[in-house]
Ligand binder design. Structure first.
Ligand code: GLC
Length: 409
């Protein structure tokens, strides 16, 4: 539970900001315009693949890569180097923030292990890299988690939005809390609310299966992020693969295709995107599943094999949906035990966006938990919310800084 140093925006924040989005296999640089009337528009965006050598090399290499990407973004989009641009850094890892624009990485998640970053202020590391690369036109004014960005972007337009959720490579949520309840916040104890980054991916009170335990043991952060490893896109395919391999070993599936065992033995041979394809196949003969298996080198699957494979994937993803929706319900129960008010959940992430039926299945679980009252909970798909939200946070920060200076003068 990490204080974010921001609350919901007012909706009248204005200006043009640059936002960075680091948190998975892609790094993005965006230019965002805020019209002051609840609309945050992405003007330019560049996407860069984060190769393993940067995720798992040194911090200096990772931050040099980030600075190089900013450089090419500025050049490609014609930003003048004589001006100064406020930049918001969405850094989607657990960070102990010490202000709106400073924070120390507690632990890497989602396969990142870059050395020399844990325990350091990531804004300092970014500033040092910008200096090394002679990029003088950037001022880093905000640091935010992607969930916080998503909630802020959602509530820029919709003032009843009070929960931000990511179901993507990782999973996490943030919500609004009374400042007086946030014991970890060391600032002045005044009235009002602050958004709390929950880091719920690290929740560990869920019962694990043998497959979860095996996956955990083979990950780069064993013992941590149990819920994330059961729910998010980085892990679901790998979980399903482990169940499949067990099924093959027990002669339950692919009885006529003995080489399937060898094909699926390799880590990464069944990805979450493959699960989406398999579960989305509505043809009677499961032709798309057949095509996928053929591409893998299994041309002799039976229809029963394909039905079983689809069912297996569905079991793994349904558990993820169930856990994700239940976690959302738990936060809403904390905020509003009787469900008296309406709540909008701003949500983003590749799993939510791309996995067949994910949003409607989440609604189904909420209905099971809440009955008709579930109608009080609405979703808004906050596309690119983390980047747009970070820009809004930068606008809030720039405004407070201007006010502070005016007060001093
Ligand atoms: C991981 C990170 C968290 C982030 C989430 C979604 O759980 O620890 O900070 O919000 O992934 O990207």
């Amino acid at each position: 539970m990490l204080p974010s140093f921001v609350d919901r925006p007012k909706g009248n924040e204005k200006g043009e900001f640059i936002a960075l989005d680091l948190g998975g296999t892609n790094f993005r640089v965006l230019a965002v315009n805020l019209d002051g009337k609840g609309v945050a528009t992405v003007l330019n965006v560049s996407k860069f693949a984060v190769h393993k050598k940067y995720m798992q090399g040194t911090g200096e290499q990772l931050f040099n890569f980030i600075a190089d990407c900013i450089n090419s973004f500025l050049t490609e989009n014609g930003f003048k180097r004589t001006k100064t641009y406020d930049l918001a850094f969405t850094f989607s890892f657990p960070v102990q923030q010490t202000s709106i624009a400073a924070g120390v990485l507690i632990a890497w998640t989602k396969g990142f292990t870059a050395k020399g970053v844990q325990g350091k202020d990531v804004v300092n590391l970014l500033n040092e890299a910008l200096k090394r690369k002679h990029i003088d036109c950037i001022r880093v004014t905000a640091l935010a988690n992607d969930t916080v960005g998503t909630l802020v972007a959602g509530s820029y337009k919709d003032p009843i939005c009070d929960l931000g959720v990511i179901m993507g490579t990782g999973t996490n949520a943030c919500y609004r809390e009374k400042r007086s309840n946030i014991k970890k916040f060391k600032g002045p104890d005044f009235e009002g609310h602050m958004i709390v980054n929950m880091e719920w991916g690290n929740f560990d009170k869920v019962r694990l299966t043998c497959y979860d335990r095996e996956l955990d043991a083979s990950s780069v952060n064993p013992g941590a992020m149990h819920l994330e490893k059961m729910v998010s896109g980085m892990y679901l395919g790998e979980l399903a693969r482990r169940v499949l391999v067990d099924g093959i070993k027990r002669d339950i599936i692919f009885l006529n295709a003995p080489h399937a065992a060898l094909i699926f033995k390799r880590k990464g041979s069944l990805k979450t995107s493959h699960m989406s394809l398999i579960e989305g196949d509505e043809t009677a003969g499961l032709d798309q599943v057949d095509e996928f298996l053929k591409q893998k080198g299994i041309s002799d699957s039976t229809l029963d094999d394909r039905i079983l494979l689809k069912r297996l994937c569905r079991l793994v993803s349904s558990r993820a949906v169930g856990l994700g929706a239940t976690a959302i319900a738990a936060v809403i129960i904390w905020m509003d035990p009787e469900l008296r008010q309406m709540h909008t959940v701003a949500i983003d992430g590749s799993l939510f966006e791309n996995h067949p039926g994910f949003p409607s299945k989440m609604t189904g679980v909420l209905r099971k938990l809440y009955g008709v009252k579930a109608e009080k909970i609405a979703w808004v798909h906050s596309k690119d919310g983390s980047g747009r939200g970070a820009a809004i946070i930068a606008a809030v920060a720039a405004f407070s800084e201007k006010n502070r200076k005016m007060m001093q003068e």
